[in-house]
Design a protein around this ligand. Structure first.
Ligand SMILES: C[S@@+](CC[C@H](N)C(=O)[O-])C[C@H]1O[C@@H](n2cnc3c(N)ncnc32)[C@H](O)[C@@H]1O
Length: 208
């Protein structure tokens, strides 16, 4: 019991893509929890902060303790509804004690940069998940927006995709940061040498 916990989407990372509502809600919090890069976007003067680490139960304990007396905000990248800590928090905190402030997802930015329509595509994640998660979507030959991580192998992704014809693969990295890059290749070409750290991959059927 205690104050509601605000789960605040911070967007893909740069201040330009942080919603004014997220900033406002962050201001109302006395305790802010998030990655170092997320906390940097907020004015933390006079607030208590905690960096999220891998021990989520520890973070949960901290939240439960603090929310007894303070308004707590949990900052998550992109939109909270898409592969964020919200899924974990929902398992441990009743929904009526959570407030969710949306953010712009990294995949929204990727699709807009590529001028692609996402209403007919599929959005999924192989960030810390098996590559085989892609398989059910391959036969449909629709656009796929995929969250990846630095341990994903582009070579393995390419080899898997080739079984279902030719595809264009767009690697979209560090979106909205000055170091943003987009590299496109197709499954007949050599895989570019680039780390998939802080990247999303957009895959589209290449019919030419
Ligand atoms: C835990 S998931 C969070 C997804 C987030 N909720 C969203 O809506 O974008 C982390 C993944 O999001 C993607 N991501 C987040 N920020 C990014 C950015 N600025 N550029 C590219 N990918 C990003 C990467 O695939 C990263 O591995």
């Amino acid at each position: 019991m205690g104050n509601k916990v605000k789960v605040i989407g911070i967007g893909p990372g740069s201040a330009e893509y942080l919603l004014p509502k997220a900033l406002q809600e962050g201001e109302l919090c006395k305790v802010l929890i998030g990655s170092a890069r997320a906390l940097e976007l907020f004015n933390t003067k006079g607030k208590e902060t905690k960096i999220i680490d891998k021990n989520l139960m520890d973070v949960l304990e901290f939240i439960e303790e603090k929310r007894k007396t303070e308004v707590v905000g949990v900052l998550v990248s992109g939109d909270p509804g898409f592969y964020s800590m919200l899924a974990f928090l929902k398992k441990h905190i009743p929904s009526e004690d959570l407030e969710v402030i949306p953010g712009i997802s990294s995949l929204q930015i990727a699709f807009s940069r590529l001028k692609l329509i996402w209403q007919e595509g599929y959005l999924l994640s192989i960030h810390g998940r098996p590559l085989d998660n892609l398989i059910p979507y391959m036969e449909k030959r629709k656009v796929l927006g995929v969250l990846v991580d630095k341990n994903c192998s582009l070579e393995e992704i390419k080899l898997l995709l080739k079984k279902w014809g030719r595809w264009k693969i767009h690697i979209c990295g560090n979106l909205t940061y000055p170091e943003e890059f987009i590299i496109t290749f197709n499954t007949d070409e050599e895989v570019p040498t680039v780390s998939l750290d802080n990247c999303v991959v957009v895959i589209e059927p290449d019919e030419e």
